[in-house]
Design a protein around this ligand. Structure first.
Ligand code: HEC
Length: 149
């Protein structure tokens, strides 16, 4: 009985470890996940953009919130590019899976620029935010030029 309980505990432990590796139910879900995260990034980055462009009044607190969300989200889309999901979205080029290091570098660049953006937002200085906002936009574009259809 004791060894059965151990085996059960071990089995549950393994199951948990395995689900934490295979994060998605299937590759469709991985595609939805990464696209959903990108959509959320766009919304919050866009809200900052409206402030940067003077379309809405600058609100330091809101800017900080949006920068925080963008920074957290910028760590996420990448795990949705699973091996099996290659070719499942017409917008995700095959180069993502062929030039993994380069894609990875683009992902890191975004995360580093969004960290700078958060720092700028925390400073409350709109000029600094504008600069950091532009740098983030460049990393979005650089990756899209290479890897997005
Ligand atoms: C390292 C590469 C990379 C970076 C950096 C990147 N993207 Fe993308 N993005 C992609 C790829 C690849 C797709 C296509 C994903 C797919 O269709 O599965 C995509 C798709 C999108 C989409 C469409 C999502 C949908 O519904 O299909 C939006 C919106 C988007 N990105 C916004 C952004 C914004 C805004 C940034 C910067 C803040 C950014 N991306 C940075 C690679 C990147």
């Amino acid at each position: 009985m004791k060894s059965f309980k151990w085996a059960l505990a071990l089995g549950v432990g393994l199951a948990i470890t395995q689900t934490s590796w295979a994060q998605f139910k299937n590759d469709e879900e991985a595609v939805k996940y990464r696209q959903g995260v990108f959509t959320a990034i766009k919304v919050h980055y866009g809200r900052l953009g409206a402030m940067v462009k003077g379309q809405v009044p600058f609100d330091a607190k809101l800017a900080q919130n949006d920068a925080q969300v963008v920074q957290v989200l910028s760590a996420l889309p990448w795990m949705g590019f699973t091996e099996g999901s290659e070719g499942m979205s017409e917008h995700a080029k095959a180069e993502i899976w062929m030039e993994k290091d380069k894609f990875q570098q683009g992902a890191q660049a975004l995360q580093s620029k969004t960290a700078d953006l958060l720092k700028a937002a925390q400073s409350g200085n709109l000029d600094q935010i504008k600069l950091a906002f532009g740098a983030v936009g460049k990393s979005c574009k650089a990756c899209h030029d290479n890897f997005k259809q």
